[in-house]
Structures are given as C-alpha cells and as structure tokens.
Design a protein. Structure first.
Length: 145
C-alpha cells in the first residue's frame, strides 16, 4: 500500500511547486525533496489500519520503521522527514525525524484534527504541515551546492 501513498505524496509535492526525486539504489528514504534551497530525505508511509474510539473517531496506528520482519526506528542518519498519510481520510502528517519520538508505534487522530482539536496526540501538531518541506530552514549538512 505504500506505493499508493508515494504516488499521492509525489502529486502533492508537485502541486506545491517542490521537486521530488526517487533514489535508484535501495535506501531508507523514498524521496529527495528539493524546495529550491534545501534537499530533504523523506520516508513516506500510508496507514489504513484504524482503531475505533468512543470519543475521538478512528485512531490510525502504524509501526514506523525500516525492515520487513523486524522494524528498526528511523534516525536522522536515515531520513530528515516522515510523511504519513492516513487513508482514506487523506490527511498527511509531515514530521521532522527529530520529533518522531522514541517508539516504533505511532498514533494519529485525524478526525480530531479535522475539527481543529490538536490536543489528542503527540504528532497532531504536524497535521498537514507541508510548510515543513516548503520552507524548511537551511542546514549545512543538506544544502544544495
């Protein structure tokens, strides 16, 4: 299912005027995104598994890591951002890797965020935060030369 998420991510980056490139060699990121001044490594994940709750709509849960059998947490050495798509509500979370947290399991509450309640989850502040890619600050380790 991640391939569908990757196509939707590519379409969104193009709509925002960003350039997204795919690596040819196996690596831990799906895209290199160019905003005109900075290159950023982005890992895209699409979540469809939900847990219904009585108060906050469906909760989207995913193990966000690399590897097919045993997952390893992504680090700053691997990627700069996680782009998480909660499908079918088509809500994105654009999360800097340093803000991803220490757990492999991540929980998202897009139904709450869609009505303006960002208090529920740790990552809700990254709800549709495309500005993280569009206006990402310059870093000496990933500036274009």
């Amino acid at each position: 299912m991640d391939n569908i998420g990757e196509v939707l991510f590519l379409a969104q980056t193009m709509e925002l005027g960003l350039i997204a490139s795919r690596p040819y060699a196996p690596c831990k990121y799906d895209f290199v995104v160019d905003n005109g001044s900075t290159l950023m490594r982005v890992q895209v994940k699409m979540l469809t598994a939900t847990r219904p709750t009585e108060t906050s709509g469906d909760t989207y849960v995913g193990k966000i890591g690399s590897g097919t059998r045993s997952k390893n947490k992504y680090t700053k050495k691997d990627v700069d951002f996680l782009a998480i798509l909660c499908h079918p509500v088509n809500v994105w979370y654009i999360i800097p890797i340093e803000d991803a947290g220490d757990n492999l399991s991540m929980y998202f509450y897009p139904h709450r965020s869609l009505i303006g309640d960002f208090s529920t989850g740790k990552h809700e502040k990254f709800f549709n935060r495309w500005a993280n890619l569009v206006s990402h600050p310059h870093h000496s380790d990933n500036k274009k030369t």
